[in-house]
Design a protein around this ligand. Structure first.
Ligand code: SAH
Length: 250
């Protein structure tokens, strides 16, 4: 991961609802990061370069069918007027899956841009000749790319050095080492008869670390065997650890 940045990470978002993105980027950790100069989020209105009285950005599809499609002219004009940081990603259900690895890669780069579709989607010439790649946030269909852009903004923004209060928390959470996170507990030690695992209150940090690693493995095996397969299975040492510390039942 990049060390402290001298320049803010710039993220440009193209949308017909720029205020949604702007408001979102102004809240909470992202808002603080913006004000601290760590993040430079710029929302652009896809209608900004339109010349007709209705400021149209969409039209009906050639070949017929339901709904409207975002036209190439206003989208090309808006993006070209800004000359935003690249890569420029179109958000769309047919894109490459957005994940934590890509979030990390983008957080350590200089900047990137997001183009939000709407209606039935965008003219294929935008996909082929304007954007660099397409990103999907999951196998479901949204009404527009704005929520997807917010997902990317938040997942990337929090990884920019200085944005999260406790930088260590970024290295320890789900997906960071190809595993889900271990279970977390806080006070009280006993709640409605459910007790915090004694090892966490033992003060033995080595043992706590080993317990956490074993729980992360147990959880990932039970919930996301695909992640275990992707990291090439479980080592002998890990198997021993999992036997030493059985799954947390709380
Ligand atoms: N007709 C299209 C869906 C259009 S949904 C199709 O069947 O593929 C309208 C817009 O919402 C898309 O252009 C895209 O920008 C956004 N969108 C919808 N689902 C998305 C997803 N899973 N990930 C990212 N963006 C999505």
């Amino acid at each position: 991961m990049a060390t402290d940045r001298s320049v803010a990470l710039r993220i440009d978002v193209f949308t017909i609802f720029p205020s949604l993105i702007d408001d979102f980027a102004d809240q909470s950790l992202l808002g603080k990061a913006r004000r601290k100069g760590l993040l430079d989020v710029r929302a652009h209105d896809l209608r900004s370069e339109t010349t007709d009285p209705h400021r149209s950005v969409d039209d009906s599809p050639f070949g017929g069918g339901a709904g409207m499609v975002l036209m190439p002219e206003p989208l090309f004009a808006c993006v070209e007027a800004v000359d935003p940081p690249r890569p420029l990603f179109l958000l769309g259900p047919g894109g490459r899956a957005f994940d934590q690895d890509l979030a990390r890669e983008l957080a350590s780069g200089e900047g990137f841009s997001l183009l939000c579709g709407r209606y039935e989607g965008v003219d294929a010439r935008v996909t082929d000749h304007l954007v660099d790649d397409e990103l999907s946030i999951g196998d479901y269909v949204l009404n527009g790319g704005e929520v997807a852009a917010m997902v990317v903004l938040e997942a990337v923004g929090r990884l920019v050095p200085g944005v999260m209060g406790n930088q260590a928390s970024g290295d320890d959470e789900s997906f960071s080492h190809g595993l889900l996170e271990y279970p977390q507990y806080t006070r009280p030690g006993s709640f409605r008869g459910w007790d915090v695992p004694p090892v966490l209150r033992s003060g033995d940090h080595g043992r706590v670390d080993r317990w956490r690693r074993a729980q992360a493995l147990h959880r990932t095996v039970a919930r996301r065997p695909d992640l275990i397969a992707a990291r090439g299975g479980i080592s002998e040492d890990e198997r021993t650890l999992m036997e030493e510390f059985p799954p947390d039942r709380a």
